[in-house]
Design a protein around this ligand. Structure first.
Ligand code: GLN
Length: 251
């Protein structure tokens, strides 16, 4: 499955986060350590979104492995950001390998990533997708489970739903009927991070000035804490809160 990360903290070059640390997201492209049986490498594209000042985020996506994109290497060494969401992709069998299928998905201030798979796709998501506007369906980023999850979440956010509740609801919509799905979601507006664990790894690192969540710990420090499965993570620069997902508590 894919690997993703989110960061909030002092501005730093994207390369300091994504390319240069030991076991960076770049290394997780070709040598991930904890895929839990969902794929082996993450070479079907990548994407990064970042925030500068108070503006809407910028985004860079490509359908090639991160290491082959020399333009990205140059960009990542110059561009600084204090809020970042990035992902490397292992396409689920049958889903297209195109840049638009890569996270982050974006709208207004939001960036979103899904690490996992919706079991029984596409039939299993058809009922949930029927609540979307036709135009939402006609303008999906790509014909993938992740793009439909993003459309479902964006629909709730645009109607003013609480972001954490909206994320938990989208997980619930899927796992109530297909609990074997893998539903690690990650959402940010550049000020807070909302993440879920359902079937995949995730760790959190807090320092005095920053917070990071990542499918696999990167960097040399020992301060990463694994998030238990079936949990919701709410994080900003001041605190990290964990709560069990409602469906995870039901027998
Ligand atoms: N199922 C999604 C896709 O194909 C996410 C893949 C993943 O997490 N490996 O894009």
């Amino acid at each position: 499955m894919c690997r993703h990360l989110g960061y909030l903290g002092p501005p730093l070059p994207l390369a300091d986060l994504l390319l240069d640390p030991p076991h960076s997201l770049l290394e997780q492209t070709w040598a991930p350590r904890d895929m839990r049986g969902g794929g082996t490498v993450n070479v079907d594209g990548f994407g990064v979104g970042w925030y500068e000042d108070d503006a809407e985020p910028a985004r860079y996506r490509g359908s090639v492995p991160m290491w082959t994109d020399t333009a990205f290497d140059g960009l990542a060494r110059r561009q600084r950001a204090g809020a970042v969401l990035a992902a490397v992709r292992s396409a689920t069998t049958g889903m297209p390998v195109v840049a638009t299928a890569c996270a982050p998905f974006a709208a207004e201030r939001w960036l979103f990533s899904h690490n996992g798979v919706v079991a029984g796709w596409p039939e299993s998501l058809a009922k949930a997708a029927a609540e979307l506007d036709v135009v939402d369906l006609m303008t999906l980023d790509a014909p993938t489970d992740s793009a439909v999850l993003w459309a479902l979440l964006r629909h709730r956010l645009r109607r003013g739903a609480d972001p954490a509740e909206a994320v938990a609801e989208v997980v619930g919509q899927v796992v109530r009927t297909r609990p074997e799905s893998r539903m690690n979601l990650l959402l940010t507006d550049g000020r807070s991070l909302i993440a879920t664990t359902w079937g995949h790894a995730l760790s959190v690192r807090r320092t005095a000035e920053s917070v990071a969540v990542s499918s696999e710990p990167f960097g040399e420090d020992e301060s990463w804490t694994p998030v238990p499965d079936r949990h919701l993570v709410l994080a900003d620069r001041r605190e990290v809160r964990l709560a069990p997902l409602p469906e995870g508590e039901r027998p």
